[in-house]
Design a protein around this ligand. Structure first.
Ligand code: ADP
Ligand code: DP6
Ligand code: CO
Length: 359
């Protein structure tokens, strides 16, 4: 009789928004970055990916991925690398425990939903690949640590390695040629700085014109500003940022965040052909933050933009009125703003279940 058992695990993963940006690959195959980066993981109650991984001997022979209801091509090297590495770990487990079902030999079915715009510069690839890797790791009951999973998720999308951790997260670029030391690490847990808040201003939910992968490779190849950013500016800022987070020094955190966002977008503009991720509404958001800070007489808000026009504003709870309030009032009705959400920065939850049921 044919085995029709279906094995399944579901998880959610949050987005992370970098304050020191990853932009540039030194090894596109292994997805190794030219510089280290640092991000803040946002609350899963706002922007998140929900992913279910299942496998069964009764499934059609090839692996599949359904994203927001649309079938995706899984033959790309990056998705394949994630599947391969996770299967290898499962095989080792099966070899050491022969009573385990041979899940590593069954086709995988991944079903994923993002509750926010995909490919619009709000880190969908980060939450997406973090969720994909963790869902399969749970399905396979792998005893892997977040660090080990971050190494696998990095091969799916670089920024994904940081979404395996909550709070303030670094990604060490590493030096090993095989990428074994290019992993994410915790700088501080979310509870270290519970007053931190982020407001996300969705300027456009449209898919970006130039993907992060393509954009950064063109920047590395053509921008003359880029080497100074990767080799001098970012290493210095990584240290400043880690110190600021550990000391809960918001003014430094905010100043370095804004400078790094501008430096990243400057290298995009310096790319041939130039890449414009910011638009007029993004620039208006920068002006508003400048105004808020001027009125407060100190830096109470910081803007940052990924590879898209959408703004993420970091601030402290004590400045909620000035920052989120003013943003909502000034920009709420403005054309092009689809909404604003307050997001509490919190730890990454990892309550996951593995279910096994008859098909
Ligand atoms: P973003 O700024 O949203 O991260 P990217 O250009 O970096 O945009 O990556 C977008 C791509 O990431 C999508 O086209 C898709 O291939 C992949 N992706 C996004 N969400 C998911 C998901 N939930 N599961 C798997 N892959 C995803
Ligand atoms: C601007 O991680 O999406 O958001 O590794 O090619 O998938 P790939 O790129 P991705 O790049 C993110 C770029 C960024 C900055 C950041 O998140 O650090
Ligand atoms: Co991305």
């Amino acid at each position: 009789m044919a085995d029709n058992k279906v094995y399944r695990a579901s998880t959610t993963a949050p987005v992370n928004i970098a304050v020191i940006k990853y932009w540039g690959k030194r090894d596109p195959k292994l997805n190794l970055p030219t510089n280290s980066s640092l991000s803040v993981t946002l609350s899963q109650s706002d922007l998140r990916t929900h992913t279910t991984a299942s496998c069964s001997p009764s499934y059609p022979t090839s692996d599949s991925l359904l994203l927001n209801g649309s079938p995706q091509d899984v033959s790309g090297a990056r998705t394949q690398a994630c599947f391969r590495e996770l299967r290898t770990l499962r095989q080792a487990l099966e070899a050491s425990k022969p009573s385990l079902p041979k899940l590593s030999t069954y086709p995988l079915k991944i079903v994923s939903e993002n509750n926010f715009p995909t490919a619009a510069g709000l880190a969908s690839s980060a939450a997406g690949f973090a969720a994909l890797v963790r869902a399969i790791a749970d399905l396979y009951e792998l005893p892997a640590t977040p660090t080990e999973l971050s190494k696998i998720a990095r091969q799916g999308s670089g920024s994904a390695c940081r979404s395996l951790f909550g709070g303030y997260v670094g990604w060490d670029k590493g030096t090993a040629a095989d990428g074994s030391d290019s992993v994410a690490y915790e700088v501080a847990p979310a509870a270290h700085w519970p007053a931190m808040r982020a407001v996300i201003l969705v300027v456009s939910a449209a898919k970006k014109g130039v993907s992060s992968t393509t954009g950064m490779q063109t920047t590395v190849a053509t921008s003359s500003l880029f080497p100074a950013r990767a080799n001098e500016t970012v290493p210095r800022r990584m240290k400043e940022m880690e110190t600021a987070v550990k000391a809960k020094d918001f003014e430094t955190f905010a100043r370095v965040t804004m400078k790094d966002s501008n430096s990243f977008h400057a290298t995009c503009l310096d790319t041939e052909p130039p890449i414009f991720y910011l638009n007029d509404v993004s620039r208006a958001a920068i002006k508003v933050v400048e105004e808020v800070n001027k009125e407060a007489g100190k830096t109470v808000a910081a803007y940052t933009f990924d590879a898209g026009p959408n703004a993420v504003i970091y601030y402290l709870e004590e400045s909620e009125k000035e920052v989120a309030g003013l943003f909502k009032a000034m920009l709420g009705e403005k054309e092009g703003w689809e909404g604003a959400r307050g997001s509490k920065v919190e730890a990454n939850k990892s309550a996951l279940e593995v279910v096994e049921k008859e098909a």
